[in-house]
Design a protein. Structure first.
Length: 262
């Protein structure tokens, strides 16, 4: 018996359709991404007779991956658009299948495109012309720029904007950024209030004023018996912000897709 909720062959067709419908956008993006390292090298050689540093190229790669990853829902999907969204809704596929494909494109295909074409072009220049450019930006990115906290923050940002893309109908990016700033401001106030309450009740008395909370080397669930109250609070906040909140946004996005009416 066929499953009307989820079928892999329909997911594959939806995935291919996304690339076919956005073929010009993908082509233009790949050409620009592949050409940027060449442009940087030419500008540097013509203006200062130097070469773009590995740190600059790695930072630019990380920035571009982050921007494409986070804002990809606005680039490829108009699900709740009064006109453009009708074709998406009328597709012979379940909401779950559409949701999975949209998430796959945003989380995997979009950043992978940047790594392959921008990082690949940079690596090709280094391999062919080591005299003019040294080091591989993509290797430096994975070794030094890719961190657990960075990935969790990017994942949270993506899911928040994925939800905003489905929630707002017009002026999506402007309203999303404004909402993002307001929510961050409110969360900051709530965190400060919680810290003040905990401090007034003596939870931080055992914490030295000069002690810093070193959590960069910990996984999100690495709690230890000797952790003080401040460390426990920060670790719990990391789990909420990096895992719980993105999942809530994903559930909200799915509900919006399922209940959207035209």
């Amino acid at each position: 018996m066929n499953n009307n909720i989820f079928q892999f062959n329909r997911v594959g067709k939806l995935f291919r359709r996304t690339f076919q419908q956005n073929s010009k956008t993908f082509l233009n993006n790949t050409l620009v991404l592949a050409g940027l390292p060449i442009l940087f090298l030419l500008i540097a050689r013509l203006t200062s007779n130097e070469v773009p540093s590995l740190l600059f190229r790695s930072n630019f790669l990380a920035f571009t991956v982050g921007v494409i990853f986070i804002f990809s829902p606005f680039f490829y999907y108009f699900y709740n658009h009064p006109k453009k969204g009708l074709s998406e809704v009328m597709l012979p596929a379940s909401v779950l299948e559409k949701f999975v494909v949209m998430q796959m494109v945003c989380m995997i295909s979009a950043p992978l495109m940047v790594l392959v074409f921008l990082g690949g072009s940079d690596a090709l220049i280094t391999a062919l012309f080591p005299k003019y450019q040294d080091g591989y930006a993509i290797a430096h990115f994975f070794n030094n720029r890719l961190t657990t906290d960075g990935v969790l923050l990017a994942f949270l940002s993506l899911q928040a904007l994925f939800f905003a893309n489905l929630f707002f109908v017009r002026r999506k990016i402007l309203k999303s950024i404004a909402s993002f700033l307001v929510i961050n401001f409110l969360i900051s106030i709530i965190i400060l209030v919680i810290i003040k309450v905990m401090e007034s009740r003596g939870y931080f008395d055992a914490v030295s004023c000069n002690m810093s909370v070193q959590l960069n080397d910990r996984g999100p669930f690495e709690f230890y018996a000797g952790d003080n109250a401040l460390t426990m609070f920060v670790m719990t906040l990391r789990i909420f912000m990096g895992i719980v909140l993105p999942i809530l946004f994903m559930i909200g996005s799915y509900r919006l897709m399922k209940t959207n009416r035209y």
